[in-house]
Ligand binder design. Structure first.
Ligand code: FAD
Length: 465
């Protein structure tokens, strides 16, 4: 219809940023409308975090089943029904996305299907196949996320895949080339390698998983090698030729041009913010030179009543960051003094073993001239890690020398993704190494590694010399 519908807070995009912002705004008494052109849950729930982790955990099961003789377990015949695996993965996604729908409705958030663009700073237009509707808002939160970058020489197709394509394959590839050894490429490469695919990872830089320390990535590379994954660094992907039933990928490494044949090539070289089709210029929302929306500490854009969160604003493009910013923006709109502080924000790679980091690294502390102590404790000295048969890796606890304040931690090791939470809490709460060392940790658990690393910082570890 032509009559504008009025709302307090209008959220564009229902990913982990948008849906969380909508719920928090509703909890704070705002009348909330959320517009989504695709599926509730955004990239994370539909084609990102959740299905990738489901694929990874299913692939572990398969690999474990094949490799349990050491434990006295004989598996006579292990086989893979890939479409059944995909069906299960789909059911996990469905449970979560319908859960989000239930939560939005339960919080009386109005869900609108369609594509939104700004008419001015108080009106958006939503289009679906049949109609258009204007919504008038007091405040808006932009949470439109990002999409995979397409390389000009690797146009996406049935054989040249983005992450979504690689997650939704109908068959297990015999051979897969992955361009880009970031976390998405490493995680999906690992998952398919576990399922028996021959995997080659081509990385342009001199190491995979940029942003993580060499001591950590070398452990992941060792794990990939064990799975026969071929990791080629300093490899510049040049182009792809599609054959009848596969691809030929050419790349340059060590001054030589090489060709590798595969069933599919996954191109995962980064993501681009979805900011170009929103009519932002109409309202004067400022972008930086990378097309990201500039925001202040309350996630407010250059336009007073318009906020932006998640992958479309600067910072690490991660789901928990989007959700965190969503809460801050909703609270700011309600007049609360909430501001973002990323010091306790973790980043995780679901590789084998997993990598996790929070707060300062040794290098970052040095760069800022902070006098620190870096205390290391190996997984191999932890009973739980031994009983899990996962002893590769270490924790590094970064404390401030003058007072023992915990300012960072890095973990390479099994379940690092869960272990890191305690360190984030310690940083948030302003705890010292002594506080952690004095906390009783259940035995035998991986959490004891945190306690022992704190003891190392104090100079009194029990389980290493
Ligand atoms: P999105 O999740 O991208 O959601 C934006 C939504 O806005 C979409 O649903 C889109 O349809 C909608 N939209 C866009 N434009 C409009 C419009 N004009 N009108 C209406 N709707 C619109 N992060 C982690 O933290 N942990 C992980 O393990 C992890 N794994 C990942 C694995 C993969 C393979 C990928 C691709 C990503 C992964 N991520 C992970 C990143 C994570 O998915 C993103 O950081 C997160 O989804 C960003 O949330 P968002 O709310 O900003 O945007």
């Amino acid at each position: 219809g032509d009559f504008p519908i009025e709302t307090d807070t209008l959220v564009i995009g229902a990913g982990p940023g948008g849906y969380v912002a909508a719920i928090r705004a509703a909890q704070l008494g705002q009348k909330v409308t959320i517009v989504e052109k695709g599926n509730l849950g955004g990239v994370c729930l539909n084609v990102g975090c959740i299905p990738s982790k489901a694929l990874i955990s299913a692939s572990h099961r398969y690999e474990n089943a094949l490799e349990s003789e050491e434990f006295g377990i004989k598996t006579e015949k292990v086989s893979l029904d890939f479409s059944k695996l995909q069906e299960w993965k789909g059911s996990v996604v469905k449970k979560l996305t319908s859960g989000v729908e239930g939560l939005l409705k339960g919080n009386k958030v109005e869900i609108v299907k369609g594509e939104a663009y700004f008419v001015d700073d108080h009106n958006i237009r939503v289009m679906d196949e049949k109609s258009a509707q204007t919504y008038t808002f007091k405040n808006a939160i932009i949470a439109t996320g990002s999409h995979p970058i397409e390389l000009p020489t690797f146009k996406f197709s049935d054989r040249v895949l983005d992450s979504t394509g690689a997650l939704n394959l109908k068959e297990r590839p015999g051979k897969l080339v992955v361009i880009g050894g970031g976390y998405v490429g490493t995680e999906l490469g690992t998952a398919y390698a576990n399922l028996g695919t021959e995997v080659t990872i081509l990385e342009g830089a001199d190491d995979i998983l940029s942003g993580f320390e060499k001591q950590m990535t070398s452990i992941v590379k060792k794990g990939l090698k064990k799975k026969n994954v071929d990791v080629v660094t300093k490899a510049m992907a040049k182009g792809v030729e599609e054959t009848k039933d596969g691809v030929k990928v050419t790349y340059e490494a060590g001054g030589k041009e090489e060709t590798v044949e595969a069933d599919y090539v996954l191109v995962t070289v980064g993501r681009k913010p979805n900011t170009s089709e929103l009519g932002l210029e109409q309202v004067g929302v400022k972008l930086n030179d990378r097309g990201l929306i500039e925001v202040d500490k309350q996630c407010r854009t250059s336009v007073n009543n318009i906020y932006a969160i998640g992958d479309i604003v600067p910072g690490l493009p991660l789901a928990h960051k989007a959700s965190y910013e969503g809460k801050i923006a909703a609270e700011a709109i309600s007049g609360q003094p909430s501001e973002v502080d990323y010091i306790g924000m973790p980043a995780v790679v679901f590789s084998e073993p997993e990598l996790a980091t929070v707060g300062y690294t040794e290098q970052q502390a040095k760069d800022e001239g902070i006098d620190i102590k870096a205390a290391k404790f190996p997984f191999a000295a932890n009973g739980r890690a031994l009983s899990l048969n996962s002893t590769d890796g270490f924790m590094k606890l970064i404390t401030r020398k003058e007072d023992g304040l915990v300012i960072g931690a890095q973990i390479a090791g099994t379940n690092a993704s869960d272990v890191i939470s305690e360190l984030g809490l310690a940083i948030e709460a302003g705890m010292t190494a002594e506080d952690i060392a004095m906390t009783i940790h259940a035995h035998p658990t991986l959490g004891e590694i945190t306690m022992e690393a704190a003891e190392v910082a104090l100079g009194t570890p029990i389980h290493i010399m």
